[in-house]
Design a protein around this ligand. Structure first.
Ligand SMILES: NC(=O)c1ccc[n+]([C@@H]2O[C@H](COP(=O)([O-])OP(=O)(O)OC[C@H]3O[C@@H](n4cnc5c(N)ncnc54)[C@H](OP(=O)(O)O)[C@@H]3O)[C@@H](O)[C@H]2O)c1
Length: 272
């Protein structure tokens, strides 16, 4: 569970320079938490930090780090050891769309996706669990982690195979660790959004979001509100929005022999 807001209940947020990470940082600041903001674009983080200091009356630190680079990932792990840090949010991530055979020349982007969405999230989560559990055992302070997954975590997705597999890792790993942490004073929550209006489509180099009805695209602020509320309570997982909950249920329960060809055709229409 996330402790009550105050100077010693700071939360480190990765991917805070835009989209869902920025919205989560705003939601935490609105509640009165100091923040440590992590992403590559220092200028965007500095602008957000100024806004958050106004909003929270608390500190907001800027840490311009590339979590896909070993040295910067180690620097982010060191930040988690800071005694003021009571929470960690792993929101940094990106997608690549296209059939693997057609995008095999984008080897660096696909490997980078796994490095950020899987390795960096795993590494920071392990570091956070170690530091927060140690502190909870020493002085009884609760701690909380929030990992950003996706509804693509619940089934394989032709046309976004690497991305969906990376989110399946996030979902499986996070739900298992949530259960391991029972009774430790530290919780791990997963938020699994559906399509959300952010910089994600631009980063993925796709106009696919323009091809789906507005009704199916959610807002980052709503994802942040649901994710932070679940993190504060220490819930296992939350999927914001009824349509996304139905999609997650279908992904889990529908026979793969029927589901995969339908998704394959759907992703064709979606331009992936
Ligand atoms: N938008 C959706 O439809 C959707 C749906 C489900 C799940 N999600 C998940 O939500 C999370 C946030 O994505 P978003 O939609 O908010 O997209 P976004 O607006 O593009 O934000 C992605 C964030 O990740 C950061 N980032 C990217 N590469 C990084 C690196 N190497 N090191 C450090 N930070 C890095 C970006 O900052 P810099 O560029 O400044 O580094 C940015 O702050 C991702 O995990 C994504 O998979 C998104």
């Amino acid at each position: 569970m996330l402790p009550s807001p105050g100077p010693d209940a700071a939360v480190l947020v990765t991917g805070a320079s835009s989209g869902i990470g920025a919205a989560i940082a705003r939601e935490l600041a609105r509640r009165g938490h100091p923040t440590l903001l992590v992403a590559r674009r220092g200028d965007a983080l500095a602008d957000l930090a100024a806004e958050l200091r106004e909003l929270s009356g608390q500190d907001a630190e800027v840490h311009a780090l590339d979590l896909g680079a070993d040295a910067d990932l180690a620097a982010a792990r060191a930040l988690v050891e800071d005694d003021r840090v009571a929470g960690v949010v792993n929101a940094a991530g990106f997608g690549v769309t296209g059939r693997v055979a057609e995008i095999a020349d984008q080897q660096d982007a696909l490997d980078g996706l796994v490095r950020l969405n899987v390795l960096a999230l795993h590494s920071l989560t392990v570091a956070a669990v170690g530091a927060l559990v140690r502190r909870a055992a020493a002085d009884g302070r609760p701690g909380a982690i929030l990992n950003v997954s996706s509804i693509t975590a619940f089934q394989p997705l032709p046309g976004a195979a690497s991305y969906a597999a990376s989110k399946a890792f996030v979902q499986s790993f996070s739900e298992a660790v949530h259960t391991e942490l029972s009774g430790s004073g530290v919780t791990l929550t997963t938020v699994s959004p559906g399509l959300t209006r952010t910089g994600f489509a631009d980063a993925a180099g796709t106009d696919a979001f323009d091809r789906v009805p507005d009704l199916l695209v959610g807002e980052a602020a709503d994802v942040a509100a649901a994710g932070v509320a679940a993190m504060v309570r220490g819930d296992r997982s939350v999927t914001p929005g009824l349509l996304n909950q139905l999609s997650a249920l279908g992904g889990r329960l529908a026979p793969r022999t029927l589901l995969l060809p339908a998704l394959d055709a759907g992703m064709d229409l979606y331009g992936a």
